[in-house]
Structures are given as C-alpha cells and as structure tokens.
Design a protein around this ligand. Structure first.
Ligand code: 13P
Length: 274
C-alpha cells in the first residue's frame, strides 16, 4: 500500500528501528525492493533522485512505482530524493510521489528554512510528507556536522516530518573509515524527541555505527551507491554469462531482480533489528 513517511517513521522511531530508503532508477531494482518488503513483511521507502525529474524519466518511473506500491501488502513510500528546487518538488508531487525531500543543506540557514517550509507546505496540502536537511552530507570527505541548536531551529521553522542530519557519513563509497558521531545524533534526538532523523550516505557505513545511530534516533537510512552497484554487477555477470546467445529481456533480468531483493532484504532486516 502507498504510504507517507508520517505513517511509518514515528513507529520505527519509537521502537528504535529504521526503515530502508533505496534509490532506484528502473523497474527491476524497484521490483527487488518490493519483493524484499513482501518477503520480510516490512515497510520500505523507494526514492527517485531529483535529476530524473528534469526529464520524463521521473514522472514515468513514479507512475510505475505508485502502481507497485498500491499492489504491495506492506507500506511503501514513493519519495523524491534531494529535491533541489521548488519546481522539482512540485513535479514530484504532481507525479504522485507520496513524499518529497527538499535539500537546501548547501544554502544559508534562512534560505534553506524558507524553501524547505514551502516544500513542506506543498506536500502537506496534498497529504504527502516532507524531509529536510540541516548540516550537509557531502559527496567527498568534507562534512558540516549538524548542531543541536540548528536542528531545533530548523525543525520549528519548517515543520518537516523527518530531518536529515549530518553526523559523519558521506555519499558514495568511503575512502577511509568514517567517524560517525552517534553522541551528536543522540543529543539532537533528545532535543527533538518526536522527530524521526534521517541518515544519508548509508553505503558502506559500518554496521556497529548504523546500529548506534538507529538506537539514537535515526529511523530512515538512505542507501544508493551500494544498491546500484549490486544492480550493475549483477547485470554485468548475467551479460557475460549470456555471451552471444539470445534471452528475452525479462528472463535475462530475473537474476538481477533476485540479487536486488536479497540486498534490500538483508539491510531491511538489519535496520529493523531482526
Ligand atoms: P549512498 O550513495 O552513500 O548510499 O547515499 C545515499 C543517499 O544518501 C541518498 O540520498
């Protein structure tokens, strides 16, 4: 069933669990997440990166994901990841996404708060949910760690349903072992006791660090790079095995869907403390 962050994260937060949020750009990877949710009887978040909404890809994919979410017996959130402008947020909501993120984490505090509040108001008017980010989770190694004061001010200025914080993770594969600030996470959660926190840059984060932040308020963990890597490696393996033979494309992709489902299920179980 289609769900919003508001419907699934508060319960996860209370139980000190997290829901996996997987970035997808095609049907087969999304099918892997849906099958994992069915198999594990757990909710999931499927995310579309904002760039896809610069062409027809975003709304075409959202339409497919919505249909898959409605068919699934578990709550599935169809979410815009890293929305970078009001236009993108409106495009994702118009395409039926049940949730959006506005990412103004590179902007000045006031501008970030103003644009995020606009995104949250648009989402809430349509019954959708909204995530914002304060502090900045970088692509490389330079992070701006979120302060407790900024997190509290930002949440009260925007009314977001979930708050992405920067506590030491980075996007993509790590070049060296990350230093995750679980203590900062706990302080933010203590100051905002009813606000589910979001961890970006989940790929490669050591399990003990993931466990520590989930126990301290993180209830949505974003996974992109390692999930796409599974999709690509699995596709390459199947192509190589195929050689010059012909196999219908749906059969060719079946093992890739299985690998994506296994990857998503493993993480979903871990995030749920199973
Ligand atoms: P990774 O690519 O590091 O998993 O980060 C994903 C993410 O945060 C998407 O918003």
């Amino acid at each position: 069933m289609l769900a919003t962050l508001k419907e699934i994260l508060p319960e996860a937060y209370r139980k000190r669990r997290a829901v996996g949020a997987f970035n997808v750009a095609n049907y087969e990877a999304a099918l892997g997440v849906i099958r994992a949710a069915e198999r594990e009887k757990l909710p999931a978040i499927i995310q579309i990166f904002q760039r896809l909404f610069l062409s027809e890809k975003g709304s075409d994919l959202a339409g497919t994901l919505l249909r898959m979410a409605h068919r699934c017996s578990q709550p599935i959130v169809v979410h815009l990841d890293h929305g970078g402008s009001a236009e993108i947020v409106r495009a994702a909501l118009a395409a039926g996404c049940s949730s959006v993120m506005f990412d103004g984490s590179m902007l000045e505090f006031e501008k970030n708060a103003e644009l995020t509040k606009y995104a949250a108001d648009c989402a809430h008017a349509l019954g959708a949910s909204c995530e914002g980010e304060i502090g900045h989770v970088a692509m490389g190694d330079e992070n701006a760690i979120t302060t407790v004061e900024d997190a509290v001010r930002f949440h009260s200025a925007t009314g977001v349903d979930a708050l992405a914080v920067s506590i030491g993770t980075v996007h993509g594969f790590y070049k060296s072992k990350p230093k995750i600030d679980a203590a900062r996470c706990a302080e933010i959660a203590a100051a905002l006791p009813s606000v589910p926190l979001v961890l970006h840059g989940g790929t490669g984060t050591p399990p003990e660090d993931l466990r520590a932040v989930i126990e301290n308020g993180v209830s949505k963990v974003n996974i992109a790079t390692e999930f796409m890597d599974t999709f690509l490696k699995s596709t390459r393996r199947e192509l190589e095995a195929l050689g010059d033979n012909f196999l219908p494309i749906d059969k060719f992709m079946d093992p890739v869907v299985d690998d994506c489902a296994a990857h998503a299920a493993r993480l979903m179980r871990f995030f749920a403390g199973k």
